[in-house]
Design a protein around this ligand. Structure first.
Ligand code: FMN
Length: 221
């Protein structure tokens, strides 16, 4: 399979309005998910969790939870991207640390990290050093990196993608049986475009968005 050039994909990608429903081969899905799992995360905690919805009936139910958006049902697969608020503790953290020991990370250093994380993630939310983060921001920060990595990988492999925030989190959780301590961050539809793509809507100018050294100071490029 020929992979598309990343720079070309960045300029050509559109949020897909409609999918043709053709199946997504397992090997492609696996490549996409593994790309997401290679994303970086603070302390390598990897708090992302993915529920892949391909079953016809389940896609129908998910569509209902996603404000009736037809592309949820049309997509070959929907990756429901979630964040586990318990990832920095307990078994989940131990699994990450044991894995890292296989790559040469020391038990002692990992133990120190575990103590630091226990302190941080059992404190009330805040943003100063050594104090716990705002948990919704924390989980969103990580999951969206994995989400975006999967989106690009799908596009590089010749598939079309649709990012979605139009859903009711409580309804999605109920349809997919997602536990309390897990947040639903975004839905990623993957498949093949049906019909015409959405036109490019443009982007703001670099001078409006990027500053030099201080907020509000023009970055001259
Ligand atoms: C996090 C996120 C959530 C989005 N949610 C939806 C959505 O629920 N439904 C939809 O039709 N488009 C959704 N979009 C697509 C945007 O409308 C689209 O990316 C934007 O208009 C720019 O168009 P482009 O991606 O084709 O350049 C979402 C995009 C992002 C990044």
């Amino acid at each position: 399979m020929t992979e598309r050039l990343f720079s070309e994909v960045i300029s050509a990608r559109r949020a897909t309005p409609s999918f043709d429903g053709s199946p997504l081969p397992d090997e492609i899905l696996s490549k996409i998910l593994k790309a997401g799992m290679e994303a970086p995360s603070g302390y390598n905690i990897q708090p992302w969790r993915f529920v892949v919805v391909r079953d016809k009936e389940q896609k129908k139910r998910l569509r209902e939870a996603a404000m009736g958006q037809p592309k949820v049902e049309e997509a070959s697969a929907i990756i429901v991207c979630c964040g586990d608020l318990h990832a920095p503790m307990g078994d989940s953290l131990d699994t990450v640390l044991i894995e890292s020991e296989q790559y040469g990370f020391s038990k002692e250093k990992n133990q120190q990290m575990k103590e630091q994380l226990n302190k941080t993630f059992t404190s009330p939310p805040g943003n100063a050093m050594g104090v716990a983060p705002d948990y919704a921001v924390w989980v969103n920060r990580h999951v969206m990196i994995a989400f975006t990595t999967m989106m690009w990988m799908a596009e590089i492999l010749g598939y079309d993608t649709a990012p979605m925030e139009g859903f009711f989190e409580d309804k999605v959780k109920s349809v997919l049986h997602i536990p309390e301590h897990v947040r639903v961050v975004a839905l990623l539809g993957i498949g093949k475009l049906k019909g015409a793509d959405k036109p490019y809507a443009g982007r703001r100018k670099l001078q409006d968005i990027c500053f030099s050294n201080h907020w509000g100071i023009d970055l001259k490029l």
